[in-house]
Design a protein around this ligand. Structure first.
Ligand code: FMN
Length: 150
């Protein structure tokens, strides 16, 4: 994963999976990510996906002026779900989900990222339904705008 030939079967399998996930990523125009907030950050499964697709020399490279992302010309839509409220209010500084995702995607060159948030999902059934409805409306509006602009 960090250069060199795989030394054993486990490394070979990991590299094969990484190759497959990167090929899938490169073939996409739009990347859609579902991201629940777990303990203020992203799910370990999503983190594992990033660990497989952020590969030096393949999806980014280091240059004399710093790292450069190699997955360009893509856009991403990230749908974030949270039990609490982080886009405003006192818990805002605890959000290690959205900034982290922006960094990871930006690092490989995906900078056209739209975040759609469903928040306050743990604040009772009424607010939950409202949050999901709002997120769906935001998403539909965004897709419609993109369709019109295309
Ligand atoms: C292990 C775990 C950790 C969670 N941590 C947080 C958290 O730190 N902040 C928050 O607002 N919600 C938290 N939640 C609530 C989830 O963000 C929320 O329920 C989300 O909708 C989960 O999506 P899922 O049901 O598809 O897993 C947590 C949920 C789980 C299961």
């Amino acid at each position: 994963m960090r250069g060199g030939e795989p030394a054993n079967a486990a490394q070979k399998a990991t590299q094969a999976l990484s190759d497959e996930l990167i090929a899938e990523l490169k073939a996409a125009d739009t990347i859609i990510i579902g991201a629940p907030m777990y303990n203020f950050g992203i799910a370990s499964t999503l983190k594992a996906w990033f660990d497989h697709v952020l590969r030096a020399g393949v999806t980014f490279r280091y240059t004399e002026t710093g790292p450069v992302g190699l997955v360009t010309g893509k856009r991403a839509i990230v749908i974030e779900t949270r039990g609490g409220l982080y886009s405003e209010g006192p818990a805002q500084p605890f959000d290690s989900q959205e900034p982290h995702l922006r960094t990871l995607l930006g690092f490989i060159g995906i900078t056209d990222v739209t975040f759609v948030r469903a928040e306050k999902l743990a604040f009772g059934p009424e607010l939950r339904e409202q949050a999901i409805g709002n997120a769906q409306a935001v998403l539909e509006r965004h897709i419609e705008e993109r369709r019109r602009a295309a």
